[in-house]
Design a protein. Structure first.
Length: 374
């Protein structure tokens, strides 16, 4: 039996406060800090909150007008993945710990999914880890998973477990074109998604699901979680993060592309469908942003964004930025494919086409099919 994990439980968190506390819990796991057992937080958000993934475009994934009309709070997670709706019907899972060395994000997510799989088995549900960040039961998604690894050596594992789901509300709050184009939108989503309520034949909500998930992590990882509370320092840091980051416009729009004079192109990668946005000033790249529902945006891609800025939009300059950054290798594509996508986005920007936000596999519970570059 390993050292006892700390177990935190709370309900009705606001969008900003819920995410801020998750990040604040990371502080004790930085490199050089005293070793601490993992912290498992099982909680719910107030009904409702819309949370987008770290590397997604806000306007493309969320109907902001609909969210304002329904008083739905909106924020951006520090973890990757797709847009989700959170509330009483969904159990939020946040596991913070020291990141295991020499482990890739997908490997870590797959390992930690074992706690959820074991917990759901206690309810008679057989779940499996599929794709990049899905937990499925009977071939349909029952939970979405995500991961954030910080530079200090700590990790945050996120999961949203569907105890229940108001599909009609989700369709109003999130932009899900594939579902909305279907003759029966709710039925189209229901073909891809399931809930604990549906799987067991009796009603469930997030708080009711908490004991099973807690016991699942305990059994899967050989620990006996001890109920606790955030420290005073963690609460103080969370309050600062909620005000300065998770409630701020700059954080919400961090990876949103400017519409005027902007262009975009999509590129299918092993990590998912990437969307490249460019804004130009004359023949110069003014800004470059790569978005998608990645679990982890590779550092070389961020380096490529930086290398492109204020350089000429031509084959030679773009190829130099792609090659020097190593972004193509990090995304698992050929360099000429990435160069072509960047140039295509730049051509659209220079032609000053209206570039409405374009989704990149958007909703956590209704991923978009891959598209050809546009």
């Amino acid at each position: 039996m390993t050292a006892s994990w700390r177990l935190l439980a709370d309900d009705g968190a606001s969008a900003a406060d819920g995410l801020a506390l998750d990040e604040a819990l990371l502080a004790r796991y930085a490199r050089g800090a005293p070793t601490s057992p993992p912290t498992l937080r099982l909680y719910t958000y107030r009904t409702h909150c819309a949370l987008i993934g770290r590397y997604q475009n806000l306007e493309a994934e969320v109907d902001l007008a609909a969210c304002r009309a329904s008083a739905t709070e909106v924020s951006r997670r520090p973890t990757g993945g797709g847009a989700i709706i959170m509330g009483t019907g969904q159990l939020g899972v946040a596991l913070t710990a020291a990141a295991p060395p020499a482990r890739r994000p997908r490997e870590i997510i797959s390992d930690l999914a074992g706690g959820l799989i074991t917990g759901l088995a206690r309810l008679g549900i057989t779940a499996v880890f599929k794709g990049k960040n899905d937990l499925e039961a009977n071939g349909r998604k029952v939970a979405g998973l995500g991961l954030y690894l910080d530079q200090a050596g700590a990790m945050l594992f996120h999961a949203s477990v569907l105890a229940d789901l108001d599909i009609d509300f989700m369709l109003q709050a999130l932009r899900i074109p594939a579902a909305k184009l279907a003759d029966k939108a709710a039925a189209a989503v229901a073909e891809r998604v399931t809930t604990i309520t549906e799987l067991t034949g009796r009603p469930w909500d997030g708080p009711a699901l908490r004991p099973a998930i807690a016991s699942g992590f305990a059994a899967a990882f050989g620990t006996d979680p001890e109920p606790g509370e955030p420290t005073q320092a963690e609460r103080a840091l969370a309050a600062t993060l909620a005000a300065d980051r998770y409630s701020s416009e700059s954080w919400l729009t961090d990876r949103s592309a400017a519409l005027d004079g902007s262009g975009s192109a999509s590129l299918k990668t092993p990590a998912g469908l990437a969307r490249i946005y460019l804004t130009t000033h004359g023949d110069l790249v003014k800004n470059a942003i790569v978005v998608g529902d990645f679990n982890d945006l590779p550092a070389p891609v961020i380096a490529m964004e930086s290398a492109l800025r204020w350089h000429r939009l031509d084959d030679r300059s773009v190829a130099a930025a792609v090659t020097s950054s190593g972004a193509a290798e990090a995304l698992g594509v050929w360099p000429d494919q990435l160069v072509s996508a960047v140039l295509q986005a730049g051509q659209q920007a220079q032609e000053r086409l209206a570039a409405a936000p374009v989704r990149s596999e958007g909703s956590c519970y209704f991923p978009e099919p891959a598209r050809n570059p546009a």
